[in-house]
Each structure stands twice: as C-alpha cells, then as structure tokens.
Write a protein that binds this ligand. Structure first.
Ligand code: ADP
Ligand code: MG
Length: 285
C-alpha cells in the first residue's frame, strides 16, 4: 500500500498485518473476510459495492468499518450476515464459509421500526428465540428479561414499542440481538438516527454492556468520532467502491478522551486518509 511509509504509529499498513499473519503470530480469527468483492446487478448495469476487502475479527473484538456514505459498509455487513454472496473472495466464521443467514450472526439496524409494534418489548426479545427454536417459552422469557435488564429496560418489558423513545427502541433491538447469543453481533449505524446526546449515551452503554458480556462486535459507521469511541480496531474504507485503506488501533480511546488532543489528531489523520486521492487516480508521468 502506497501510504504505508507515511502512516503514524498505531496505524498498521495492510502489508504489515499480512506479514504478521504469514509468520503465524495471529491466533485463529473468529471471522475472516477474505478478498471480498460485492456487486449489485440490475438489468442495466453492475454496481461494484466493495472491491477485494479483507479483514479478520477476533473473539471479543469491537471491530469498526468506517467509511463515507456509499462505500459499501452496509453491503459488507449484509454479506457477513449471509444475505449477499460475494462475487469474489470468501467470508468464513470459525473457518466455515458463510453461505446463508444464521442466528450465529445477528444484525441491529439503524431504523427504529425494526420491532413489530403489536408485540410487547418482552415478546419482541423472545420472538427470535422462539422462532429459531433456540429455547422454549419459559426459558425464552427468562433470557429476554435477563438481557432487557442488561440494557436497563426490565421495567418496560410489558409495554409496546410505540411507548418508547428512539434510544429505548434501539436498546430493545440490542437486547433482542444479544439474547440470541450470536457469535458476532453486527450493527449498521445503530445510533445514527438519534440526537447527539442520546447517541453518546448509547455509545457509553454499549461499551459498558461489552465490558460485562464480552460479545464480538462488527460495527458500521461513517462517523470518525463514533468509530474511535466504539471500536478497539477501526478499518478504513475508501469511497465507492470500498477498498481497505488501513487499520487503526483505537484501543486507547473512549468517550472520556473524546475532546483530547490525541483523539483530535487521530481523528484528523483518519479524515485525511479517508479522503486522500486513490493511488490509482494519481496521474503517473
Ligand atoms: P454504505 O452503507 O457505505 O453507505 P452501501 O453498502 O449501502 O453503502 O452501498 C454501496 C454502493 O452500492 C452504493 O454505491 C449504493 O448506491 C449501491 N447500492 C446499495 N444497494 C443497492 C441496490 N439494492 N441496488 C443497486 N445498488 C445498490
Ligand atoms: Mg449504510
């Protein structure tokens, strides 16, 4: 990668990580996205959403895909979910190729209307447990209450979604996903439609929840700040079609470091990398 030499500390070039992998220093990753290209085909044309994207997610990682709108983040997440097959490359979970959706990968979306309104909060959380025959009714109810308690909503178990704020609805969606105890929790800009204060609160709560449950998270956002706060590793994707630019170790950042000088300078460096010219687009004399 042409920018490798200029990368500041904490930002690994892909070639460096690949060398590490070749030396066998990495323990087996939980999720491998290996040279994955994704396309949408319509009768008129083919849209390439991502081009040869590779990354590894380890157990208990909070791995963030960061890139501008339209760079293929949602498409990548849908492919990991098993909804879109790669036209090139492979996605593996525990070494097994992902070919279809499965409760071992659950998605939380941005929209607040992902909860059927005719079910109570508890019934919403129980539903996938029952539908997938993961648990019987009694156990499903117990597990639903357990995770509703974790997101601070045990008291709201018997109300309907329309009685909840946007942030509370997202907490229910998170509880519902975690109740399935997926191998990887997939989140597609889950806080993007919330006001700024609620958004920060939700980021904080997500980190607290992670501290407690230690789930593996693949989180998509176009916000550099959110990526640094939520992630321990951040993959930078180029504008459309998405390619891997670099990976940033964001382990040291939290909401508390948000306004600090190091946070700001890292955010600025990421901004510059995200929007620099594609190497291919630079005219070579
Ligand atoms: P992001 O989530 O990063 O904003 P998306 O994954 O939604 O990006 O989209 C990536 C590219 O694929 C965009 O150029 C978008 O216009 C295109 N795209 C997304 N969904 C479809 C679709 N159903 N049909 C055709 N093109 C699509
Ligand atoms: Mg998207």
């Amino acid at each position: 990668m042409s920018t490798a030499a200029a990368l500041p500390s904490g930002i690994d070039s892909l070639s460096h990580r690949e060398r590490e992998r070749e030396r066998g220093q990495d323990i087996a990753p939980l999720l491998q996205v290996d040279n994955v290209s994704l396309e949408y085909r319509t009768p008129e044309r083919v849209v390439r959403a991502t081009h040869r994207v590779s990354f590894d997610v380890h157990a208990a990682d909070r791995f963030v895909l960061l890139g501008p709108s339209g760079c293929g983040k949602s498409t990548l997440l849908k492919a990991v979910g098993g909804f879109i097959p790669p036209v090139e490359g492979e996605i593996r979970l525990d070494g097994q190729r992902v070919t279809h959706p499965d409760p071992d990968r659950i998605v939380v979306f941005q929209e607040f209307d992902q909860l059927p309104p005719w079910k109570t909060v508890k019934q919403n959380v129980m539903f996938p447990l029952l539908a997938s025959r993961t648990l019987g009714k009694k156990e499903a109810a117990e597990r639903a209450l357990h995770y509703l308690d974790k997101v601070g909503l045990a008291k709201f178990a018997d109300v309907h979604p329309h009685q909840l704020s946007g942030g509370m609805k997202q907490r229910v969606a998170i509880a519902r996903a975690l109740a399935m105890q997926p191998r990887v929790l997939l989140m597609d800009e889950p806080f993007a439609a919330l006001d700024a204060l609620t958004r920060r609160k939700m980021q904080q709560e997500l980190l607290e929840l992670w501290d407690e449950v230690r789930f593996t998270l693949l989180f998509v956002t176009h916000s550099i700040e959110e990526a640094l706060v939520v992630g321990n590793r951040v993959a930078l994707l180029s504008p459309h079609p998405g390619r891997m630019r670099a990976e940033v170790n964001s382990h040291g950042f939290s909401l508390a470091s948000h306004g600090g000088a190091e946070f700001q300078s890292t955010a600025q460096r990421i901004h510059d990398m995200l929007f620099e010219e594609e190497p291919e687009a630079v005219a070579v004399p």
